[in-house]
Ligand binder design. Structure first.
Ligand code: CO
Length: 146
């Protein structure tokens, strides 16, 4: 069911410092910050060959990332995102298996304009999982796939 690792998301308390770290010290290409009000975050994409890292910073105090940072003040791994071919089918299978899927398994549009859901960390080995639908006929052109 799972396909490629799409991205790893890291919550950061200081976005400018994290951008400087990835761009200047670690030598990666980083995007301009993008505000995603529906998700309560500002995101910066770190481009890597074949994958990416997302640096997440809370947009407001009510952001889920603000809650995460209050528990992890230095920041840390927030979630990993795997691609699936058919998210509706994946949700049905996971709900049937007893896993908690966000919004009752009804996908929301995620940071890349594609449908996503989240799986509760307590059901999946302690790390929040995002599933993103990437149809094999509609892969990310940035990553040079077919
Ligand atoms: Co994500």
């Amino acid at each position: 069911m799972l396909r490629r690792l799409n991205h790893v998301a890291i919550a950061v308390p200081d976005l400018d410092a994290a951008v400087a770290l990835y761009r200047d010290t670690l030598g990666t290409a980083v995007s301009a910050p993008l505000d995603l009000p529906d998700h309560g975050v500002t995101v910066v994409f770190v481009d890597l060959p074949g994958s990416k890292v997302e640096l997440l910073h809370p947009l407001t105090d009510r952001s889920p990332i603000a809650a995460f940072l209050s528990r992890h003040p230095q920041g840390g791994l927030h979630h990993v995102c795997y691609e699936v071919e058919d998210l509706g089918e994946a949700c049905e299978r996971l709900v049937k298996a007893g896993l908690r899927v966000s919004d009752g398994g009804r996908p929301k549009v995620g940071a890349h304009g594609r449908p996503v859901v989240f799986l509760h960390p307590k059901d999946v080995a302690g790390t929040l999982i995002e599933l993103e639908e990437v149809r094999s006929d509609n892969a990310d052109p940035e990553l040079g796939e077919k």
